[in-house]
Design a binder for this molecule. Structure first.
Ligand SMILES: Cc1ncc(COP(=O)(O)O)c(C=O)c1O
Length: 387
């Protein structure tokens, strides 16, 4: 991989994502200590600006962990043993919520949704009405494994009216990538991860908590040590993190937030949407169809033609063309390719993506491939990306 072929390396997965050049520059700077005035200034700036990215006035905490760490933090900081919760399961990451809650002794009501479909808020409304003791509803904003978005605004309306239930949203492939208005919609906990729209390497996770969720934090009795938000709150007031933290990533975050706050945030969101729309529009020219019934702007899942194993196609694309895409998991293994739209993706990357997809389907002797497919796809991309 990387330098073996004549093709430049391109990373088009739903995370990790290509880094912004300015982020790469900061990451190359000499190390500084995490208990210094310089770092304190940087951390205070980052914590303040994260609020804009998360669309909240509430505190946003940073953990030195991958996204799953913030998922664990959301559970252990808000719940107590024996609490009952509702988990919306429409793919691998919804399964993870349920699995983690069970490990922590939480009673899980599982609501399974057909993969590739958005949850129906009527179903959630019915479950919540029937079970008033449900303390939390867990969902993804974007279920990355199926490239599908859920109607978070509708779900938050249902949960907001209940004083003893909170909505916990895994926004790992949603924060900074699509509209997710935490305060206005009334979401209680939103989670993010650095290797997604933040355009950073993996290693930081974020957790924003509402006023209502802070009441849950006060009374939570699940054991916690590393992910203790009360300790983080005290440290944050002093411009510190409770434990050591990943200084280079936080300094790089201060740069990437330039693209995820204020007016720039709107531009980033519309760029991501544009890449997704272009991908969805161009794919049929190559005989690829969109898998999801509620497609996400941050990642697109494309169904490969019958008779082609998407895992083998993905491996071939990496080996021969130096481009990394993702395949499908479990019931989608061998059936889909997942293409990420987050991070520093140029128009050139998009044209190369469709050229390589065409070439690879040709290498696999796909009989349905139209001769004009390559040009058609490129023309559709050009039109969409020029908008
Ligand atoms: C929606 C979602 N949730 C959770 C995770 C897990 O995050 P991590 O791999 O950073 O622990 C991912 C990672 O891709 C994700 O896309």
């Amino acid at each position: 991989m990387f330098f073996k072929t004549k093709y430049p390396y391109r990373l088009l997965t739903p995370g990790p994502v290509p880094l912004h050049p300015e982020v790469q520059q900061v990451l190359a700077e000499p190390m500084i200590h995490h208990r210094t005035p310089e770092f304190e200034r940087c951390l205070r700036s980052v914590c303040e600006r994260l609020k804009d990215t998360f669309s909240t006035q509430e505190p946003v905490f940073i953990h030195a962990s991958t996204g799953t760490g913030a998922m664990e933090s959301a559970i252990v900081n808000t719940l107590s043993p024996g609490d009952k919760v509702l988990c919306i399961i429409s793919g691998k990451f919804g399964e993870r919520w349920a699995q983690m809650c069970k490990i922590f002794g939480i009673e899980v009501v599982a609501h399974n949704v057909e993969w590739g479909h958005a949850v129906k808020s009527e179903d959630i409304s019915r479950i919540l009405r029937a079970q008033p003791d449900i303390k939390a509803v867990f969902t993804q904003a974007c279920e990355t494994s199926t490239a599908t978005v859920h109607p978070i605004r509708e779900l938050s309306t249902l949960v907001r009216e209940r004083s003893d239930t909170i909505l916990i949203v895994d926004g790992i492939t949603a924060v900074g990538a699509m509209e997710l208005d935490m305060d206005q919609w009334g979401i209680d906990v939103v989670i993010g991860g650095s290797q997604k729209a933040f355009m950073l390497p993996t290693g930081l996770s974020f957790i924003a908590v509402s006023h209502k969720a802070r009441r849950f934090i006060e009374r939570s009795r699940l054991p916690k040590f590393y992910f203790d938000l009360k300790l983080e709150q005290k440290a944050m007031a002093k411009g510190e993190t409770h434990f050591s933290t990943v200084v280079p990533l936080i300094r790089a975050l201060d740069v990437s937030l330039n693209f995820l706050t204020g007016e720039a945030k709107k531009r980033t969101l519309s760029r991501i949407e544009k890449l997704a729309a272009a991908t969805r529009a161009a794919a049929p020219a190559l005989g690829l169809s969109v898998y999801s019934k509620a497609p996400s702007p941050s990642v697109t899942a494309l169904v490969v033609p019958e008779g082609i194993d998407s895992q083998k196609l993905r491996d071939h694309i990496e080996e021969k063309y130096n481009m990394t895409l993702m395949g499908g998991q479990d019931q989608l293994k061998g059936k889909i390719l997942r293409i990420g739209h987050l991070g520093y993706i140029t128009n050139d990357d998009m044209f190369a993506l469709f050229d390589i997809l065409y070439q690879s389907l040709h290498d696999f002797e796909y009989g349905g491939l139209k001769k004009s497919g390559r040009e058609e796809a490129q023309a559709i991309l050009k039109k969409h990306l020029a908008k």
